[in-house]
Every structure is written in structure tokens, then in C-alpha cells.
Ligand binder design. Structure first.
Ligand code: DC
Length: 195
């Protein structure tokens, strides 16, 4: 069975937690596509060469979760040749047998426009910064600045900007626990699976 769930949205909206829970619940494979851009940014050197030669070892680096790695990812993600180099891998993953959840920024719009279920997870910048700050510590105001910078870069780039697909269901988690958001996402996928 081929079945793709596309989960897009800005940084720290809850995409990672929700997509992992969906994958576990339905037995689907999960791809955090942000990790691909983080690995390209962390590799250094020419980003296009890095994207074309990405290996499993690059994706397994332990320093990919930091705020710096996120900012570097957001910068290399503006380069069309970098994005192009990562398309095939993501599409192959999406159509693997047994179902797949991909989370990112452009899954429903560019990578998998025919995904069976599309969800756009969002939340206010303040609450996203607060959640990220709980994970990374430091000054909460600095985290908010970084969240806003990343939003601006991801939304305003020319190639595959962050935006909801026209047929995506919006899931605003600002005033919602992540458990409630996950329950809603599960019911959306259940509805998509029904014949
Ligand atoms: O989801 P994340 O925070 O790990 O993503 C890091 C950066 O990678 C994000 O700011 C923009 C880029 N990205 C992208 O352009 N397209 C994707 N599908 C996923 C991430």
C-alpha cells in the first residue's frame, strides 16, 4: 500500500512530535525532511556538492538539532540546486510500500502534491519560541528572534516557500496540547484511509 501524509509548518509548531506519533500509530515510515537540510548546512563547504553527496552518516550526526544547525539549514534551503538535489530521495521515501509521513515545509506543495493527507501545523511565534526555549534553554527573547528570522527566511524564499497547500487542513496548536493535536491528526489520517 502506498499512502503519503504530508505535514508542513513553521519551526517548532509540533510537526516532529505529531508525525512521529502518526508513524507509530499507523505503522508508517517517518522522514523528518528538515534533517536533510540540517545535514547539508552542517557539512560545510559548497552546499550544492554537500546535498548531492549526502550520506546516512551525515544524517546521523549528533549536532543537527541545535538552533545554529536550524539557522544554517534555513540558509542552504534557499538555494534551488540544493532543494533539487533532495527531491528524488524524498519522493521515493513518500511512495515506499506501507505508508509514509514526511514533515517539512514544502511536502504538500512541491514534494508530494498528490499526498493522500495534507496537514499544515502552525502556532503563534511566541508559543513556538517558548516550546523551543524549554528544549534548548538560554534567553527566551533570543529564541523568539531566531524563530521569527527563520519564519521570514522560510516564507519569503523564491523556491518552494513555506505555505499551506490549497488543500491542506490547518491545525493551529497555539492553544492546544500536543496530545490533542496528535488526536486530531490521527482522525484526519483515519478519514483519509477510509475507502
Ligand atoms: O524542520 P526543521 O526546523 O528541522 O528545518 C530546518 C530548516 O530546513 C528550515 O528552517 C527550512 C529548511 N527546510 C526546508 O526548506 N524544507 C523542508 N521540507 C524542511 C526543512
Amino acid at each position: 500500500m502506498q499512502f503519503t501524509v504530508a505535514l508542513d509548518g513553521p519551526a517548532a509548531a509540533g510537526k516532529g512530535t505529531i508525525s512521529k506519533a502518526l508513524a507509530r500509530h499507523f505503522g508508517f515510515a517517518h522522514l523528518d525532511t528538515g534533517l536533510l537540510y540540517r545535514a547539508v548546512g552542517a557539512k560545510g563547504g559548497d552546499p550544492v556538492t554537500a546535498a548531492r553527496g549526502l550520506t546516512q552518516a551525515d544524517l546521523a550526526r549528533e549536532d543537527l538539532r541545535s538552533l545554529e544547525a536550524g539557522a544554517a539549514a534555513s540558509r542552504v534551503a534557499t538555494i534551488p540546486e540544493v532543494r533539487q538535489a533532495l527531491v528524488r530521495f524524498q519522493r521515493d521515501f513518500a511512495r515506499r510500500d506501507g505508508g509514509a509521513v514526511l514533515d517539512g515545509r514544502d511536502i504538500g506543495t512541491v514534494i508530494c502534491p498528490n499526498a493522500e493527507v495534507k496537514i499544515f501545523v502552525t502556532a503563534s511565534p511566541e508559543i513556538r519560541a517558548h516550546r523551543r526555549w524549554l528544549e534548548v534553554g538560554g534567553e527566551e527573547a533570543d529564541v523568539l528572534v531566531q524563530v521569527r528570522e527563520r519564519d521570514a527566511r522560510d516564507m519569503n524564499r523564491a523556491d518552494a516557500p513555506l505555505k499551506p497547500a490549497f488543500d491542506a487542513v490547518m491545525l493551529d496548536t497555539t492553544a492546544m496540547s500536543i496530545d490533542d493535536a496528535t488526536r486530531i491528526a490521527i482522525s484526519l489520517v483515519e478519514a483519509g484511509l477510509r475507502p
